[in-house]
Design a protein around this ligand. Structure first.
Ligand code: CA
Length: 369
């Protein structure tokens, strides 16, 4: 064997060992393949459920795309499409599943009509907050269950930060008791739709871009959206006077990147890691953007636009919580997957609450003494 052949053999062996160490499923057969792979450029499409460049929610996929291009040294470019530019918001799941777009950005509870169990991975009414949810997903076994749930759809989910506790929504009248929900046409996502139905209300699944007009024209009597920052961006304060808190229905929604599984797994391993790392980083940026901007927007809504947030009455919240637990149990009984995800969620929730009692909650009590 010539010296050149020996060196190629050693190089191939080292590359192969490195790729195995990285956990690659499909290491290239030889050094030539590695070289060819490193020369390849990728142009991918990302379909979002938000208006293009919408604050925080819509900025997250843009930040993601910028990071991917920089971290891949320009080997991968991602074009971001807002709601309706490539597909309508609520078609993103199907579009990424079919490969019309390689990536999607939204929230898992939007797909409840197709995959009801997905709702567990965004948020549960009166359930874990955003910080706790992310801990469950990343360190409590949630992500593995989420990935398994999406395998039949040729999709890989990646968590992407949280909105934090949301607001309770904008109403065209005062809400004093559960009777005030009767006949109320309200845009609200996820399991809260079933709770609203139980109260005699009419839940509507509608992307954010349609909310202002729907509320203005009376198609809706009420809508929740996110928090002060995003609600202000849609101008909801111009058409609804009553702004309620807390967002019992969304105590910290976790956002979602969707990847077409087949196309993702065909990528070189380093690009897969670039995509995962950029998604995580964009999620951290979005989470912090929400906290900082929500505070500013709340102040602006109060001082510039004369909005005085109102708190839902305690007895109403208790009744909503009772119904919520019944609806969550119904969801848990829907399938064996739902039962398994629910059990994992509850086990983690129980342990984190015991810890939160002596950490976050104890501290908040202490600083308010
Ligand atoms: Ca919301």
């Amino acid at each position: 064997m010539s010296l050149r052949n020996i060196s190629i053999t050693i190089y191939t062996l080292v590359v192969s060992l490195l790729l195995q160490a990285c956990g690659s499923d499909s290491p290239p057969a030889d050094a030539g393949a590695v070289a060819a792979e490193s020369q390849q450029f990728y142009e991918w499409k990302l379909a979002t459920t938000w208006p293009k460049n919408f604050p925080a929610l819509g900025r997250a996929p843009e930040i993601f795309a910028e990071k991917v291009e920089a971290m891949s040294n320009g080997r991968m470019k991602i074009r971001v499409y807002g709601d309706g530019e490539l597909v309508p918001a609520l078609e993103v799941f199907n579009a990424v599943s079919a490969g019309t777009a390689e990536i999607g950005h939204g929230a898992a509870y939007y797909w409840k009509g197709k995959v009801p169990e997905a709702q567990f991975f965004t948020v549960l009414p009166f359930g874990m907050n955003g910080h706790e949810m992310q801990s469950w997903i990343l360190y409590g076994g949630g992500l593995e269950l989420w990935e398994e749930l999406y395998v039949p759809f040729n999709l890989i989910p990646v968590p992407a930060g949280t909105t934090g506790v949301q607001m309770g929504g904008w109403f065209n009248k005062e809400i004093n008791s559960k009777e005030d929900f009767q006949g109320l046409k309200m845009r609200i996502p996820g399991l809260a739709q079933d709770i609203l139905s139980r109260l005699g209300g009419v839940p509507v699944n509608m992307p954010g871009s349609e909310l202002f007009t729907a509320l203005q024209t009376g198609v809706l009597d009420a809508t929740e959206w996110v928090g002060p920052y995003n609600d202000q961006a849609f101008g909801l304060y111009e058409i609804a006077e009553y702004y309620y808190y807390p967002g019992w229905h969304e105590p910290g929604a976790v956002m979602e990147f969707l990847f077409n599984k087949e196309q993702f797994e065909a990528l070189p391993f380093y690009l897969q890691e670039v995509l995962r790392t950029a998604a995580a980083a964009a999620g951290v940026e979005m989470t912090n953007e929400f906290t900082a901007r929500n505070a500013l927007s709340l102040s602006d809504l109060e001082q510039t636009h004369g909005i005085t947030p109102r708190q839902f009455p305690d007895d109403l919240l208790q009744e909503l919580n009772t119904i919520a637990q019944e609806e969550i149990d119904k969801l848990a009984n829907l399938s064996s997957a739902a039962a398994e995800i629910h059990a994992s969620y509850r086990e983690f929730e129980q342990s984190i609450r015991a810890y939160q009692d002596v950490s976050e909650e104890a501290y908040v009590r202490a600083r308010n003494l």
